[in-house]
Design a protein around this ligand. Structure first.
Ligand code: ADP
Ligand code: MG
Length: 319
């Protein structure tokens, strides 16, 4: 039987720090990744794709503010749904073109996906997820004073706006995702962690937040009973003492080692921390999770790149 792999593509890897974020830049990054994905399909893997949207959703939110005198601003869940549309479109078109070139006749489809969160999630008390571009400390302090927004220093790369990031509880479109996969389609879903919604009186309604795509990817991989979760980002491996003189990249981690490093605070909140939590919760189901760089997807799956989280038969306490 084909191995099912959930591939989570980093929003920061698609729009890399230092890049302006033009359409051409993002499309080139997506096209490179899709070439690697096509090779995986050649090797007989069943691939389900999800992607982050941190830089992209932040940029759309900035456009809302900048143009507010001309066009009414949209809330954050709407901005998130826009990123599912445009990023899904880029992946769907790029992968479709590459597959057709190779004579592979498989539909690629991106699905607008809602993900339920809890209104009572403590995450709504404190914004933690960085979105949008990076600015200097001085600039961030000026914006905070003007707008009341919260900005934080993000892993030595500059200052970024932070938003609420509740835990994903349920992928609303899961039954149709399964149907599409069964039909032979390559599915792109839960983009940007999914559009955050709450259930009120039996009805769904959007909330102003951005779910971390790594947490949603882990939930999706567990619900699909995938064989592997592969989280692709812009660093080659997970490190301890990241950014310090004694920084050490790790090849392999057991769940208990990962939990220990997590408690010791080695992983950036809103960046590496959710990836490690996602990897731990997936490895807890007895299958392997890998965190690697976007340009080493094949090597990561085959075992020569990235940080591997060794599976365990017992469920982890982190979810
Ligand atoms: P993505 O868009 O792929 O989710 P993130 O910016 O959220 O990307 O996460 C990747 C970033 O995590 C890296 O570029 C790095 O700056 C940061 N990071 C924080 N802690 C660590 C760590 N311990 N090891 C490696 N990278 C880390
Ligand atoms: Mg991230």
């Amino acid at each position: 039987m084909e191995k099912t792999i959930v591939l989570a593509l980093g929003g920061n890897a698609i729009l890399q720090p230092g890049q302006k974020g033009t359409y051409t830049e993002q499309l080139e990054n997506v096209q490179k990744t899709c070439t690697s994905i096509a090779e995986l399909l050649d090797n007989g893997y069943q691939i389900v794709i999800t992607h982050g949207n941190g830089p992209q959703v932040g940029n759309i939110a900035t456009q809302q503010i900048a143009a507010r005198d001309k066009v009414p601003p949209m809330p954050l869940d709407i901005c998130g749904s826009q990123t599912q549309g445009f990023m899904g479109y880029m992946i769907q078109q790029s992968l479709g073109n590459i597959l057709r070139e190779r004579g592979v006749n498989r539909p690629v489809v991106s699905l607008v996906t809602q993900v339920c969160v809890s209104e009572d999630d403590p995450a709504f008390k404190r914004p933690t997820k960085p979105v949008g571009g990076f600015v200097s400390k001085e600039e961030a302090e000026k914006i905070m004073a003007e707008t009341g927004e919260k900005w934080v220093e993000d892993s030595g790369r500059g200052w970024r706006k932070v938003v609420y990031s509740p835990k994903p509880l349920e992928i609303v479109e899961m039954p149709v995702i399964k149907t599409l996969i069964k039909s032979g389609a390559i599915v792109i879903s839960s983009g940007g962690g999914g559009i955050p919604v709450i259930k009120k009186d039996g009805k769904l309604q959007g909330v102003e937040a951005v779910i971390d795509k790594d947490r949603a990817a882990s939930l999706m991989a567990r619900q699909l009973a995938a064989d592997m979760l592969v989280i692709l980002t812009d660093v080659p491996r997970v490190a301890i003492n990241y950014g310090k003189p004694d920084q050490r990249f790790l090849d392999r981690l057991t769940i208990s080692e990962a939990e220990k490093f997590l408690k010791e605070g080695h992983f950036g909140e809103g960046s590496m921390l959710p990836k490690v939590e996602a990897a731990i919760s997936f490895a807890g189901t007895g299958k392997e999770a890998v965190i690697a760089s976007l340009d080493q997807v094949k090597e990561a799956i085959e075992g020569s790149a990235g940080t591997r989280f060794q599976p365990s038969k017992t469920y982890s306490s982190v979810s």
